[in-house]
Write a protein that binds this ligand. Structure first.
Ligand code: SF4
Length: 105
């Protein structure tokens, strides 16, 4: 069992931290979407899995801003023009998202 998890999108780590933290309180929109798309957990029979619309970007021509912008439900203008820097939420929990403040539970 892993102690730490690094979530990668388009070749970059977008969230990293203790496994328990990322599974219980994820903060990057991609991590949140991934966890909603898994079958394990409390899905009742007949419940549809959530999917992440769209496709990953071409790794040889990454967008200027956030690589997840075309698929993100929280995208805003700055996401398309400026690559997000790392935000440290704790000494061992980092997230790369302009809107990390808006993903707190
Ligand atoms: S930076 Fe913007 S587009 Fe990228 S994950 Fe965060 S909210 Fe979504």
């Amino acid at each position: 069992v892993a102690d730490r998890i690094a979530v990668m999108y388009a070749g970059r780590i977008v969230e990293e931290g203790a496994a328990a933290t990322l599974l219980r309180a994820p903060r990057h929109p991609y991590t949140l979407a991934l966890l909603k798309s898994r079958a394990s957990g409390a899905l009742a029979k007949g419940t549809r899995l959530e999917t992440i619309a769209g496709s990953p970007p071409d790794l040889t021509a990454l967008p200027t801003g956030c690589a997840f912008a075309d698929r993100c439900r929280m995208v805003q203008d700055a996401c398309k023009t400026t690559r997000p820097e790392i935000s440290w939420l704790a000494a061992s929990h980092s997230v790369r998202c302009h809107r990390v403040a808006d993903t707190a539970a």
